[in-house]
Design a protein around this ligand. Structure first.
Ligand SMILES: Cc1cc2nc3c(=O)[nH]c(=O)nc-3n(C[C@H](O)[C@H](O)[C@H](O)COP(=O)(O)OP(=O)(O)OC[C@H]3O[C@@H](n4cnc5c(N)ncnc54)[C@H](O)[C@@H]3O)c2cc1C
Length: 439
């Protein structure tokens, strides 16, 4: 009987483990390994950093969830993977053998690429992990006592920009609310070619709506920017400009988890895992990957390098497909393999208003350079939908639900998004391993 091991209990890994548990008969074990004892709904961390909600609102204990939903939970960090022996090393514990592996370890943060960035030994804050958000919150409360210039942005190579826009615009709103905005000029510094690119070019109205909002709120934008170093109160750019700050929040470039970088042939030079459309690794037939840990190359050449964003909903769709395909492989279900469509929807909250960005799919057709659908829309409803989605997602996590049919139907009816589809009959008849790589 198989032991299916999922590494990482984030937005991809935990729903994948739930989906596997639903699909596989009891004789198979679903093991969930996580270096954190809590599940965290990462998009909620920005509100935590502004002291708008407690961290506990976006967290749930994994031990209890695993027990309730019949997962074998192992707490610890995976430090090594032996693909020949098919086992994992977890720091300070015995090795775990696997029959199938689903890697959903998200991003490891590459602070070392820009000296002076990051909350541990650097001078900038971050909202990428619960610890970072708590540290950013304390610094924000101190900053309100002694306001000054704010720099928000992303380092070269970053692929996640939505949270940086959210941070800059919520900072603006919070400062206005307190009558402090005139004491705190805000600068948004980004490697994106223009404000509103967000790592995905050509989304209709995205550039106009985002630039308009930044202008309305008096936020200076420096695009095509390469941050080269940060000192205690100064951000330095490659063109020599120096930006003073009292508070800075810079998103780093992402890379894959260290153990991935150490297994020959598992990941690319940055530790992102190449996948076939079914989420399976092209070389290791029993290894699947989902979420931010997969390799999806940025299709555009930009003056300053940037990555491709992998949204939470993309991570969940990839994870659901991977779980389904493992169940098909194990002959636990009689169904066609599935592939995620990578149709992306992102609700960005900007204070009392927000913008919904839709790119379907996120990777344009390589021949035509076009997508089926892509647009951005602005309105206060985005903020309400995002808040409702957070509550819904936490409820799913509590009840052990992956990506149910009604969620798929809702996204299809409201936004025309199809998250998963069956592998087409031609691909189905192709020999294993003959699917082409994604991205
Ligand atoms: C501040 C912020 C705001 C965001 N807002 C949005 C948003 O509004 N909408 C949206 O769609 N997306 C948003 N995103 C992106 C979204 O959070 C990610 O797409 C999503 O979390 C990716 O899921 P994942 O499972 O790949 O990674 P994660 O959710 O990061 O989960 C990875 C898990 O693996 C664990 N792990 C890592 N290495 C190991 C190891 N070696 N051993 C054991 N466990 C390990 C980690 O601790 C973590 O729990 C945001 C991201 C950030 C940082």
């Amino acid at each position: 009987m198989a032991n299916v091991v999922v590494i990482g209990a984030g937005l991809g890994g935990l729903p994948a483990a739930y989906e596997l548990r639903h699909l596989l008969p009891k004789e198979h074990t679903v093991t969930l390994v996580s270096d954190k004892s809590e599940f965290t709904f990462i998009p909620g961390l920005i509100q935590v950093a502004f002291n708008l909600k407690p961290l506990s609102h976006v967290q749930m204990g994994l031990a209890q969830l695993a027990q309730r939903h019949h997962l074998n939970w192992v707490s610890g960090q995976v430090t090594a993977l032996d693909t020949t022996q098919q086992c994992l090393t977890i720091e300070g514990q015995e090795a775990i053998a696997y029959d199938y592996l689903l890697i959903a370890t998200g991003a490891s943060l590459a602070w070392d690429r820009v000296p002076g960035t990051g909350p541990h030994g650097g001078y900038t804050h971050s909202v990428c992990t619960p610890d970072h958000a708590l540290e950013a919150r304390q610094a924000w409360l101190d900053f309100l006592e002694n306001p000054g210039p704010i720099v928000v942005g992303a380092a070269p190579g970053a692929g996640c920009f939505g949270p940086a826009y959210e941070f800059a615009l919520i900072a603006d709103q919070e400062l206005r609310r307190r009558g402090l905005r005139d004491q705190a000029p805000i600068t948004y510094v980004t490697p994106e070619p223009y404000a509103g690119h967000l790592g995905v070019s050509g989304v209709r109205q995205a550039r106009e709506l985002t630039a308009e909002l930044m202008q309305e709120r008096g936020i200076e934008v420096i695009d095509n920017a390469t941050i080269t170093a940060v000192e205690p109160q100064t951000v330095t750019l490659a063109d020599g400009r120096q930006l003073p700050f009292h508070y800075a929040m810079i998103l780093p470039a992402f890379q894959g988890a260290q153990f991935i970088r150490e297994v020959p042939g598992l990941g690319d030079d940055k530790g992102f895992i190449p996948i076939l459309p079914t989420q399976r690794h092209p070389e290791f037939a029993n290894i699947y990957a989902a979420g931010v840990s997969v390799k999806l190359a940025q299709p555009d050449v930009t003056p300053v390098p940037i990555g491709l964003p992998k949204s939470g909903q993309m991570a969940e769709a990839m994870a659901t497909a991977a779980a389904h395909n493992i169940a098909v492989d194990l002959k636990a279900i009689n169904a066609k393999p599935q592939v995620p469509t990578l149709e992306a929807l992102c609700f960005a909250e900007f204070g009392e208003t927000g913008i919904a960005y839709i790119a379907a799919p996120v990777l344009p057709d390589p021949k035509t350079g076009k997508r089926k659908r892509s647009y951005a829309v602005r309105g206060p409803w985005v903020v309400w939908v995002k808040a409702a989605f957070e509550e819904y997602f936490m409820m799913k996590i509590r009840f052990g639900v992956g990506m149910p049919w009604y969620e798929r139907l809702g996204l299809r009816s409201l936004f025309g998004l199809q998250l998963l589809k069956d592998v087409s009959s031609s691909a189905k008849t192709a020999a294993p391993g003959s699917e082409s790589l994604v991205g």
